[in-house]
Structure formats: C-alpha cells, structure tokens
Design a protein around this ligand. Structure first.
Ligand SMILES: Cc1cc2nc3c(=O)[nH]c(=O)nc-3n(C[C@H](O)[C@H](O)[C@H](O)COP(=O)(O)OP(=O)(O)OC[C@H]3O[C@@H](n4cnc5c(N)ncnc54)[C@H](O)[C@@H]3O)c2cc1C
Length: 476
C-alpha cells in the first residue's frame, strides 16, 4: 500500500496531509513538538486573545479560500474590519498613514518632494540587464532613492522578514518586484499593466488581498485540520533519520517511549531549514552530482550532507502582546498597525493593532497591541527577559501611540529562530532542494524555507505539494 510520510505539523505539512488524505492516499504526519500549528500560536488569557506568531492570512489565491471551505471553516472565518485598512509608517517619531491613492501619495508628509519626484522619474530609469543578483536596498536606491529605502522599504523588510534590506535578495525575497522590472521595465508601469494579468490568473496583489483570521484566532485552522486527520498525526515524534529503500523510504523515529521506525513510499519534509540540516539521510542509489557537490565519496550507500541548510539565517523575534484600557491610549489605533524604519531609532520593529482588526481580541473597553522586537536589526533584544521586553515596548508605545500607565495584560513569546532570511545567495539552497528531489525520487520539500515566508505561501506550498506527490504516486 502506497503511503506518504509528512515531517512537520505546521500549516504546510497539515495542508499537504489534508489534501492527500482527501485523495484517498494514506498519510502520517510526524511532529516533533507536542502541538500542531508550528509557529502559529493563539492563546486566550484573561479575556484577551493573543496571537504570537502570524496574525492574519492574506487571501492571495483561490486555493486559500478553497482550503478554508474544504476544512468546513467558512462560518468561523473573520475578515478584518474594513475600517482597519490604514497602515502607518513611523516618520518624525510619529505614525503617519501610508497613502492609499495617487493623490494621497503626492500630498502625504511621509515622503519629501524629492522622493515624490523619484517616483515620477522611476518609469524612465533603465532596467538592469546584466542579470546580477542585487539586494532589495540596491534595487530601491537604483530605481527610486535612498529616502524610499530608509523610510519605507526598510520598514517593509522588517515587517515581512524581520530582515535587513542590505542582505535580502531582490530576486529571492521580492520576486514580484524583480519580475515587474524584467517584464515592464518599471515598477509603476508593472503595477498598472500587471493588474490585468493577475486578475486573469485569479491572483490578488498582497497589498489588496483580503485578510482574515478565525473567531478563536489562527490556531483554529491547524487544530481543525489535525482533527480531520485524526490518528494520522503523531505528536512528540521526531524524524531523526531517513533511508532510501528499494521501494520507498525508511524513517527512524524518536518518541518519548524510545526509538521506532516506519516505512513510506514518499516523504515530504515540511519542517524548518535548520532542522533539515540535522536530518541524517542516506540514499541507496548514489548520485554522482550530489556526492560531488556535497563532498561525499561514491559508494553503494551515500549519505546526503544536508548541513548547508544550517547556514540559512533565522534571526530571533520576540512577540510582545500588551493589553491597555482604551482611555490609556491616545492614538485611535484604528488600522492594521505601524511599521518602524531603523533610522527612527526605536526598539520595536512594528506593532499590530490586533483588537482593531478582529472582534473579541480584548475585553470591552480595552485594546490589544502586538509588537515585535529583534530580527536582523537588533537580534539581541529578542533574547531579553520578558519584563525587559515589556519595558522597552512600553517605552516606545508611550512616544508613538501616547500610551499611559502600565498595561492591563502582558504576555511575551520568543521565537529563537523565527523567519528564514532569503538573503543574497539564497537561490543556492533552493537549487539544492530541487537537485536532491531529482536525485532522490520520493523525497520532497515544501514550506516557508522554500516557497515564500507568509502563511498564504505556506498554504499554497502544501496544496501544490499534495498535487505533485499525488501524481508521483500514480506514476510509480
Ligand atoms: C513571529 C512570526 C510572525 C509571523 N507573522 C506572519 C503574519 O502575520 N502573516 C503571515 O502570512 N505570516 C507570518 N509569519 C510567517 C508564517 O507564520 C510562517 O512562514 C508559516 O506559518 C510557516 O509554516 P510551516 O508549516 O512552513 O513551518 P513551521 O510553522 O515552522 O512548522 C514546521 C514544523 O515542523 C516540525 N519539525 C521540524 N523538524 C522536524 C522533524 N525532524 N521531525 C518532526 N517534526 C519536525 C516543527 O516542530 C514545526 O512544528 C510569521 C512568522 C513568525 C515566526
């Protein structure tokens, strides 16, 4: 009987498992920790609903809506309040609303006249033709100007990757922007002419896509998928070794009751890049290319050296959820939240106005603010004790949002390795994954370290991988 092992019960692994099971293919999901959802963590405490990892899913593709429908969660999905569309960027030490229209752009005080002229000039900047990889910072300096980098893109890089724009690769981390330049010769022209194509493909641009969560937070999605998968999900089970056999894969499993093993026709790795580096993997059909590339000798059984994946940076991020009495916050906090560029000199990377986005995130008369510290900008901050994290966050929120007094609710969670940095040279790791898949039939890779770091990207990665593995099993 053909079966599939899925390593990791984050949203990627659960989505892939859910769709394979619906195709009638037996699946088993192995999860190292004692819970499902990976970095998704919603916690109810003292009347507050705190989200420590992701806060929203962007509905950029019809496949995302289909998963919610197929999981029977349509009635529990909550779209964000339409009034909460405003996004702020901090400049001159205060949050300024990002313009939502052309007129808004030319009248905003977020950018100087010089920056506005840089936008008018952008369609006439020649496209780069040498094919050289560049950082998002170099790209923005080349096509727009330094001010856009310092006051907008730096904040965006922190908001999406908790990353450094000087290190993040344009082609790997922001492929849409690279594509706009390559196809249309300009970001502005690409925005205008690319809209029709996106519509035909049924895709929605990330800045326009509807955002949603669930009545009891994002954890509802992995929990529901896990319930539907039932006995197929094995918690507290680490996949430590993989060995290719004559007709599939042998897995060495570490559980609290000791080591055990299982055999499956195919394996989908949906864990993290740094844990992939620790996975002891042997191929029985040695591959000249991979052996050479990975410095291994040829033999009957070849061990794959996956340690290169430990080079991928996952900087630490601390998530600080604070509850305040409404009257203790001067700013209306109506909107999605605010991003803070490095040049402004604050501790926090940004804050989500969580209780403006969805109902029931805070008790009546209170609001919830979720702030992030650390990332590539100041990784050391994320590792400070909880009291210090709260103190630094309150210090910033006092200046930025006019917060008074002490928070009524505090809860911090640290992700020691949060989000992979698609830095310059990241293409090498993606290339290596493809190469391994080609040389080791039945071993597949999906998830945030390969197909994009957002929740939506991970859901699509899981959906697409279920299709691909289904076809592989049919052909086998
Ligand atoms: C703080 C933070 C905020 C974020 N905010 C947003 C947001 O607002 N919007 C958004 O779209 N995205 C956001 N993201 C990104 C998004 O949440 C993730 O990219 C996505 O959830 C990743 O899902 P995944 O299944 O690929 O990986 P993970 O969630 O990392 O799951 C991988 C799982 O694999 C397991 N595992 C690893 N190795 C093994 C092994 N050998 N054996 C068994 N199990 C193993 C791990 O225990 C883990 O449970 C955020 C991420 C973080 C950290």
């Amino acid at each position: 009987m053909k079966s599939v092992a899925i390593i990791g019960a984050g949203i990627t692994g659960l989505t892939a498992a859910f769709y394979l099971k619906r195709k009638g293919i037996p699946v088993t999901v192995y999860e190292a920790s004692g819970r499902v959802g990976g970095v998704i963590q919603s916690v109810w405490k003292d009347g507050y609903l705190a989200e420590f990892g992701p806060n929203t899913i962007l509905e950029t593709s019809p496949k995302i809506a289909r998963l919610i429908r197929d999981a029977g969660l349509d009635s529990r999905r909550l779209y964000s309040d339409p009034k909460a569309e405003a996004r702020y960027i901090v400049r001159y030490r205060q949050p300024i609303e990002m313009p939502g229209s052309l007129l808004g752009f030319f009248t905003t005080k977020l950018f100087t006249v010089k920056a506005k002229f840089a936008v008018l000039r952008e369609p006439f900047v020649p496209r780069r033709r040498d094919g050289k990889e560049e950082s998002i910072a170099e790209f923005v300096e080349r096509r727009l100007n330094q001010e856009f980098l310092d006051h907008a893109i730096d904040a965006l890089a922190a908001g999406i990757y908790a990353g450094d724009p000087r290190k993040l690769s344009l082609q790997q981390a922001f492929p849409r922007l690279a594509e706009l330049e390559a196809r249309y010769g300009s970001l502005i022209k690409g925005q205008i002419f690319g809209a029709g194509e996106r519509k035909r493909r049924g895709e929605i641009a990330k800045d326009r896509a509807p955002k949603f969560s669930f009545d009891e937070g994002l954890q509802v999605l992995p929990d529901t998928l896990a319930v539907q998968l039932g006995e197929c999900v094995k918690l507290e089970t680490i996949v430590a070794k993989l060995k290719q056999t004559s007709d599939g894969w042998w897995l060495n499993l570490l559980t609290k009751n000791g080591a055990t093993s299982a055999e499956h026709t195919a394996v989908i790795y949906c864990g993290t890049a740094y844990k992939l580096a620790e996975l002891q993997t042997t191929l029985t059909r040695p591959s000249a290319t991979l052996s050479h590339r990975m410095g291994e000798g040829l033999g009957e059984v070849t061990s794959l050296d996956l340690t290169a994946f430990s080079e991928i940076r996952y900087p630490p991020v601390a998530s600080v959820v604070l509850g305040f009495r409404r009257e203790d916050v001067a700013h209306p906090c109506e909107g999605f939240g605010m991003l803070i560029p490095k040049v402004e000199g604050f501790n926090i990377l940004g804050t989500i106005f969580s209780s403006s986005l969805f109902p029931n995130r805070a008790p009546a008369g209170h609001l919830t603010l979720t702030s992030y510290l650390g990332g590539e900008r100041q990784p050391e901050l994320a590792l400070l004790p909880a009291e210090k994290l709260v103190e630094l966050t309150c210090e910033d929120l006092r200046i930025l949002l006019g917060v008074r007094g002490q928070p009524a609710f505090t809860h911090c969670v640290v992700y020691p390795k949060a989000i992979p940095q698609y830095n310059l040279g990241y293409g090498r790791y993606r290339g290596l994954l493809t190469e391994i898949e080609n040389q080791a039939p039945g071993l597949f890779f999906a998830g945030h370290y390969r197909d994009g770091v957002s929740l939506g990207d991970s859901i699509l990665s899981g959906c697409n991988m279920a299709e691909r593995v289904g076809k592989f099993l049919t052909a086998k």
